[in-house]
Design a protein around this ligand. Structure first.
Ligand code: AP5
Length: 213
């Protein structure tokens, strides 16, 4: 069971990824999370993330290559936020082929611009990894994490101007992947402007149908 979650920033990839990996007991591979962790000690990375630009392909591909060396990926994995360019897509194919692995489906979370901006600018996150949304999925106590009580913060790249830039970058560099995966029969369209449970049900239904055959 190896999958890719594709979709614009704020589509709900991270939210769905957590549910999918927990339910199906597979490994979550989020390049965004990996870069947010790495940027703490890497000034150059920080610049790409806070401006809404993509990290150069070579850096991304090397990081993924290294990650796929770990044994845990044998359980199955879910890419969240990777690949994001045609170059990354082609390189991923080469890496997987060399390991005798393949992608079973690419879930495209479809969502429109206004909803994305609303979700991103309303997002508040906790260091423990929990994500909230001030308009749609609020914490019980304002500004505090329900799970660990720490203070919630806004990601640097969630300010409106950077969020809009990320959406533009998605349109130019990542959207072409839709045609690529459609052509090879892996693309599965998911209606993203529904509540979290509903979106998860759509993905779960597809995975179960394929694996129950
Ligand atoms: P990354 O972290 O991957 O950001 P992204 O793709 O822009 O996605 P987001 O994390 O913003 O949104 P999401 O789709 O995960 O939505 P979420 O579930 O959080 O990447 C960050 C940066 O790292 C990039 O800009 C780039 O610089 C770099 N990078 C990463 N990967 C790279 C790569 N492969 N190549 C090059 N550079 C790379 O939900 C958003 C909000 O909506 C939350 O508040 C959530 O609570 C809420 N929400 C979720 N679902 C619903 C729902 N159904 N209804 C209502 N609210 C919802």
């Amino acid at each position: 069971m190896n999958y890719i979650l594709l979709g614009p920033p704020g589509a709900g990839k991270g939210t769905q990824a957590k549910k999918i990996v927990e339910y199906f007991a597979i490994v979550h591979l989020s390049t965004g999370d990996m870069f947010r962790e790495a940027k703490k000690s890497n000034e150059a990375l920080s610049k790409f993330l806070s401006s809404g630009q993509l990290v150069p392909d070579e850096i991304v591909i090397n990081m993924i290559k290294e990650r796929l060396e770990k044994d845990d990926i044998k359980k199955g994995f879910l890419f969240d936020g990777f690949p994001r360019t045609i170059k990354q897509t082609e390189e991923l194919e080469i890496i997987l082929k060399s390991k005798n692995l393949k992608i079973d489906a690419v879930f495209l979370i479809n969502i429109y611009f206004e909803e994305v901006i609303k979700r991103i600018t309303g997002r508040r996150v906790c260091e423990c990894g929990t994500s909230y949304n001030i308009g749609m999925i609020p914490s019980k106590e304002d500004g505090k994490c329900d799970r660990c009580g720490r203070k919630l913060i806004q990601r640097n790249d969630d300010k409106e101007d950077v969020a809009k830039e990320r959406f533009t970058v998605y349109g130019k560099q990542t959207k072409p992947l839709i045609g690529y995966y459609k052509k090879i029969g892996l693309l599965v369209n998911i209606e993203g402007a529904k509540d979290e449970k509903d979106v998860f049900e759509q993905i779960k239904r597809h995975i179960k149908a394929k694996n129950d055959k």
